[in-house]
Ligand binder design. Structure first.
Ligand code: FES
Ligand SMILES: [Fe+2]
Length: 404
């Protein structure tokens, strides 16, 4: 393989006859420059004049690299829930800005998050979720304790000067909020909790730490990551896309209330369906009061954590880009303990699993079509509806970070 510069020089020297030009960063930079200029303007747009983001931000590969630097390497990412790893040695893995991380429950019940990367030649250590007494690298069996210390390295006695003493996996900055585990790759990221305190006042009512995990899935969907975040916060599409699942009585618009969010979060609420078929607090739930006993909260902690919180269920998504046209999705469901204790657990899990898989299929299809649509060169920025207020908040956040 020769780089474009070599090809260009050869072309200049007449060594080859085909004219070539560098696949150069100037083209990319011009593209990014224009987009960032558009985003800087976008960040100034008031909610009364809210527009969708410029279509090119969903398809531009150079911009994805910029997103990685400006957003994913700097911000807090939700990687799962504490209740998903309840016992010492339980672990869950995730990828943040393309970098593998692992959260492990410690012997003292605390949770630590490490770079999921061997100190020898960088093999990824653990995959998926599971339980480990020791972490043994699948390549040459270097071995770590669950608190990250290197305690074994076969045959390395013959490598002069090598010692396992004092070697350990890199530990990442971690924080816990309402039972969720967040990490950041940045030393400079400001603490998360104060930035989303306004959202805690809403979410805290439900006592999510008492919800028990029952479903956890990892999938790749065909769309840009922003299409999925926006879709989850979009209260407008429900009456059309989910008319067979979430909204069979065609009442979603009347049941929805949009709320003002913050710099890093947004939410809206939806009343339980009038037929009392779901989203009701159990009689043993004495902490939700008044209308909150039948209120669903749909919230996002930007950039990529979305959640639907009901008195009878929690459904959350942790989202990461997978190129510009695919997205890695962790989606998981938890059910309050008092509801599991009172009902047929298996039937409840089956019922929620079937409903949310059907909803996912409906969303998957539509956001794939959006991703295909933004490929059109002169696709425009459409006007947002009032039920898309949370997309405006996301757009403000996104534009601000991208142009910082
Ligand atoms: S890469 Fe892990 S032991 Fe070699
Ligand atoms: Fe949807």
């Amino acid at each position: 393989m020769f780089g474009p510069g070599v090809l260009l020089r050869w072309a200049q020297e007449g060594a080859i006859l085909v004219a070539t030009k560098p696949i150069s960063s100037p083209v990319k930079n011009a593209e990014i420059g224009e987009l960032l200029e558009a985003l800087a303007q976008h960040a100034q747009r008031p909610v009364e004049e809210a527009l969708a983001l410029p279509p090119a931000v969903y398809r531009s590969a150079p911009l994805l690299a910029h997103e990685t630097r400006q957003i994913f390497e700097r911000e807090w990412t939700c990687i799962g829930r504490l209740a998903e790893i309840p016992a010492p040695g339980d672990y869950l893995t995730f990828s943040v800005a393309g970098q593998p991380v692992v959260a492990i429950r410690q012997a003292d019940q605390s949770v630590k998050v490490f770079a999921n990367v061997c100190l020898h030649r960088c093999a990824k250590l653990l995959e998926g979720t599971g339980k480990a007494r020791r972490i043994v690298c699948p390549y040459h069996a270097w071995t770590y304790t669950t608190d990250g210390r290197l305690v074994g390295a076969p045959q390395m006695d013959s490598s002069p000067g090598f010692s396992i003493e004092g070697q350990a996996l890199a530990e990442l900055r971690t924080t816990f909020w309402e039972g969720f585990i967040y990490v950041t790759l940045s030393e400079e990221a400001p603490p998360l909790e104060p930035r989303i305190e306004g959202l805690r006042e809403v979410v805290g009512r439900y006592r999510l730490t008492d919800y028990e995990p029952v479903i956890l899935e990892n999938e790749i969907w065909d769309t840009n990551w922003k299409c999925l975040v926006e879709n989850f916060m979009d209260a407008y599409h429900v009456f059309k896309v989910h008319r067979k699942t979430f909204d069979p009585t065609n009442q979603s618009v009347q049941r929805t209330t949009m709320h003002e969010g913050g710099d890093q979060w947004a939410y809206h609420t939806v009343d339980a369906p009038a037929d009392d078929s779901r989203a009701l607090a159990h009689p043993d739930n004495t902490w939700l009061e008044g209308d909150w006993r039948r209120t669903v909260t749909l919230a996002a902690v930007f950039p990529t954590h979305t959640m639907q919180i009901q008195p009878d269920m929690l459904w959350y998504l942790s989202i990461q880009p997978h190129g510009t046209d695919q997205v890695a999705v962790r989606w998981a469901v938890s059910i309050p303990r008092e509801i599991l204790a009172d009902g047929d657990r298996e039937a409840l899990v089956k019922q929620w699993g079937e409903l949310l898989r059907a909803v996912n299929e409906e969303d998957k299809g539509i956001i794939r079509r959006v991703r295909e649509g933004v490929n059109f060169g002169s696709a425009t920025q459409g006007r947002l509806a009032h039920l898309e207020r949370n997309l405006w908040e996301f757009g403000q956040y996104y534009s601000r970070l991208m142009t910082a």
